[in-house]
Each structure stands twice: as C-alpha cells, then as structure tokens.
Ligand binder design. Structure first.
Ligand code: PLP
Length: 239
C-alpha cells in the first residue's frame, strides 16, 4: 500500500468504528430508556469535523461542545447539516453572544447574570428562545461548577422569566466513579431536584445526565439526554 492508501484505510477503519459505536449506543439507550425518548448528544470536543461527520452519517443529530473557540470552526465546516449544537462547558461572560447565536441548547447555566446575557443576545439576534438546563453541583464542593441545590430555586425563578430562554431542565456532571450504586445515587439526587421544582410549578421535561462511564445508571434514574464522548470517538488526546 502507498502512504495515502494506508492513511485512507486507517481513516476508514476509524470512522467505521465511530458508526458502530453510535449504533451500539443507540441500541443500548433504547434498551435502558424504559420507553422514554432519550437524546444522544455526541460530545465532540477534541474531535475534528471528519469524526463528527461520521457520527452524523450514523444518525447523530445532536453534538455537544465545551469550548467556544474550538467549536466555531466545526460549526462552520458542518453548517450545511441540520445539526443541533449543545453548549456544555463553563460559560465566560465575554462568550455569551457567540453562544446565544450559534447554539440551540446550553446545559451549563449556573448564574443569573450569565442567563440574562444569553437571553439578551438571543433576542438581539432575533432567534427563538435558547433551550437551557441549569447545571447543579451535587458534590457540595464550592470549587465545582454548578449552582448549589439551596440556590437552585432562585436561579430557576430568574431563568424562567427571561424571554430569550426556555428553561427545560437540569444537568449534572458528577465526579467519576466506577461504583454503579454511587452513580445512581447522584443521578437520583438530580431527579429529586427536578421533582421538587415540578411541585413548585416549573415545567421541566429534561434531565441531562450520563456520560460514557455512567450513562446506564443515568438512564435507570430517568435521564432524557445523555452526553457521550469517549464511548463514540475514543479517548481524547488534547482535552
Ligand atoms: C467531556 C464531557 C462529556 C463527555 O464525557 P465522556 O466521558 O467522554 O463521555 C459530557 N459532559 C460534559 C459536560 C463534558 O465536559
């Protein structure tokens, strides 16, 4: 084989395996979702447009990115495809305009000031409301991202009133653990927070929880969106 044939062959194998992973995951998700409609968000941070295209061709329509600078070239490269882009990373206040213009969903809202900026930018751009989840910090460590459960209701109250945002639900990013019982316990906590807000009259239909290492536990606890990177694309080397 000449060098280019070899490279094409390797790329072909790589993208074939992305398609296989997507099909297997979709099967697993259907199997564990207990009849719910669950969205698979392919977390594509650290991946190039060709890998995303392979996942798209296997049926993925939702992609998650954590860094604005890294995401924009991919959004441009794939702009002709009907993809829903989900922003799942920490939000810096100088990035709210770009996020509001280019993404359909934001999973990582944790402060009212950021929520207001996203809403304003969305309205200025003349776009339909941005779909948002509030990121909840269930670990009680102040260093972790997310709103503390004690402050969740106040944030929900603020976000629900913003005309540029549609409050859809809650997201959490737990500490990795290989213990399934511990994984389920944390996801159950997020579901309990959702139930509390539902009782208070908030209309929340989304639980964004579950990644490559714990999505089975998340599905068992009621997840409606799983955010999966490694199990689709393999290990990331640069992020
Ligand atoms: C990276 C990331 C994921 C995906 O993690 P994997 O373990 O690769 O599946 C999901 N959610 C968030 C917020 C992330 O930053």
């Amino acid at each position: 084989m000449c060098q280019w044939d070899m490279i094409n062959h390797l790329a072909g194998c790589l993208f074939m395996s992305i398609a296989e992973q997507v099909l297997q995951l979709q099967h697993q998700i259907r199997d564990k979702a207990q009849g719910r409609v669950v969205t698979l968000v392919a977390v594509s941070k650290g991946q190039g447009p060709a890998a995303l295209r392979a996942a798209y061709e296997a049926g993925v329509r939702d992609f998650g990115e954590s860094y604005v600078q890294e995401a924009l070239p991919k959004l441009t490269a794939l702009h002709s495809l009907p993809i829903r882009w989900h922003f799942i990373g920490p939000i810096q206040s100088n990035k709210t305009t770009v996020i509001a213009r280019h993404f359909s969903w934001v999973h990582s809202v944790e402060r009212d000031r950021i929520a207001r900026r996203l809403s304003d930018s969305r309205l200025e751009a003349g776009l339909a409301p941005l779909q948002v989840c509030l990121q909840v910090n269930l670990s009680q460590e102040p260093s972790k991202s997310g709103v503390a459960p004690q402050a969740l209701e106040e944030l929900a109250q603020c976000v629900a009133l913003l005309p540029g945002l549609h409050l859809r639900g809650l997201m959490t990013l737990p500490e990795p653990s290989s213990c399934v019982e511990l994984q389920r316990q944390r996801f159950a906590r997020l579901r309990q927070e959702q139930e509390r807000l539902l009782r208070l009259g908030y209309d929340l239909d989304t639980l964004s929880m579950g990644m490559s290492g714990d999505y089975i536990a998340a599905l068992a606890e009621g997840s409606t969106i799983v955010r999966i990177g490694t199990a689709i694309f393999g290990e990331r080397n640069n992020t």
